[in-house]
Design a binder for this molecule. Structure first.
Ligand code: HEC
Ligand SMILES: [Cu+2]
Length: 390
């Protein structure tokens, strides 16, 4: 039974063509409209094209998408056309036309796909070479590249700036807008993956290997990053923020961060007691300073946890697990029992293993919190206040 048999063949053919033209036009129109609008682009996982890398990838996908649409339209048209045109009619019994041995057809059926694959391969490889070539960034960006060393560890990040007096920050990567960022990515323990979609593709962090990549970002803002490697129980909680600053704000940040020395609390204050515990631990507990670096604090050079130099200027806690208020609220609980809050956290719980009794009193926690909250950049360098939106 043929659904279309009530239509005269020529009418059906015409209608068919019109419908397909309309569909093709609609698809192209929708594609163009989508690409203009930032929200929709984000929705389509294209990122907001805030980096040279992403624009290169987007620009190569346009011809690839157009080619795919053309191929889809052409093959569907050929399929429907031949199914309808050459269908078996009522009472008709005949052998279908045979094409075996038709050289022109067979060569065409090899040559056309070969051409398609070749064109797509050239587009892809060309883009891959371009986005991995530091020179293309250097050409379009201001000044010398900024060096940022990225250390990935279960389940946190450290960002150090070896050319800028070794300033460092944990879990929040501050970077300048419109400059090439030369990253040196490595891992402390297992394989991790550095991925902030707005900045470009995923970059492997491999223990014992220093991988250099050039990144850039064209607009100030906050961009979300996450480890995308299944690196342990908290792999999904291994997040970071990329905070991109306009030139002035970046310069202010660098100047202040280079000059930064952890403040010295007034003797006898809660902060001073906090600093004491931070440096020496309490009741046989390990000292915080043994695992955490604080710039300018004698004895705090630990590298087993994220840098805490200006922890109070950060907006996140637990490598981006919480932000803002939610982060502040959990600070004491975090200090007391980090693995209880974050699965697999390698920061030890401050409890006696045998008795389960806390090694830190409420007072100790208040003091530690008070001390941590003094670790702050000067207002001119508070980077969270400098970016358009969170
Ligand atoms: C054995 C090493 C070790 C000791 C000791 C230690 N920490 Fe940590 N700390 C870590 C690790 C590892 C992390 C990262 C955990 C994660 O996010 O997965 C961390 C994370 C933190 C964070 C969150 C940082 C951020 O940006 O997310 C704070 C705050 C912190 N530690 C404070 C302290 C304080 C205060 C002490 C002492 C009472 C202390 N730590 C003792 C290893 C340690
Ligand atoms: Cu990871």
């Amino acid at each position: 039974m043929n659904t279309f048999s009530h239509l005269p063949a020529h009418l059906w053919r015409q209608g068919n063509l019109h419908a397909m033209r309309a569909a093709a036009l609609f698809a192209c129109g929708a594609g163009v409209a989508f690409a203009q609008d930032k929200e929709t682009r984000n929705f389509l996982f294209l990122g907001d094209l805030a980096s040279r890398y992403n624009r290169e990838v987007w620009e190569m996908s346009i011809p690839a998408i157009i080619m795919s649409i053309l191929i889809a339209v052409a093959t569907s048209w050929a399929l429907f056309y031949s199914v309808i045109k050459f269908r078996e009619r009522k009472g008709e019994v005949r052998e279908p036309a045979q094409f075996h041995g038709n050289n022109v057809l067979e060569i065409a059926l090899i040559a056309v796909p070969f051409l398609i694959v070749t064109v797509l391969a050239i587009l892809t490889v060309r883009t891959m070479v371009r986005i991995n070539n530091p020179d293309i960034y250097a050409k379009s960006l201001r000044g010398e590249p900024v060096q940022v060393d990225v250390l990935a560890a279960q389940f946190w990040w450290n960002f150090t700036y070896p050319q800028l007096g070794n300033i460092a920050n944990g879990n929040e990567m501050v970077m300048p807008q419109g400059r090439a960022i030369r990253t040196n990515i490595t891992s402390r323990d297992v394989m991790h993956q550095f991925w902030a979609p707005n900045i470009g593709g995923q970059r492997a962090a491999i223990p014992g290997v220093q991988k250099e990549y050039t990144l850039d970002i064209e607009r100030p803002g906050i961009y979300q990053g996450n480890c995308t490697q299944l690196c342990g129980p908290s792999h999904a909680n291994m997040r970071y923020k990329v905070v991109v600053l306009a030139e002035n704000d970046w310069n202010a940040f660098v100047t202040a961060a280079r000059a930064y020395r952890a403040p010295v609390p007034a003797p006898g204050s809660s902060e001073a007691r906090g600093q004491q515990i931070f440096l020496q631990g309490k009741n046989g507990s390990p000292s915080c300073a043994g695992c955490h670096r604080v710039q300018g604090l004698q004895g705090a050079a630990g590298l087993a946890g994220p840098d805490l130099s200006y922890f109070a200027s950060r907006n996140t806690l637990g490598a981006g697990m919480w932000e803002g208020e939610a982060a502040r609220e959990r600070l004491k609980e975090w200090i007391l029992n980090s693995p209880g809050l974050k699965p697999g956290s390698l920061m030890p719980a401050y409890r006696n293993v045998q008795t389960g009794k806390s090694l830190l009193s409420e007072q100790d926690l208040d003091d530690l919190e008070a001390y941590l909250l003094t670790l702050k950049l000067p207002p001119a360098a508070e980077y969270w206040n400098k970016v358009p939106s969170r």
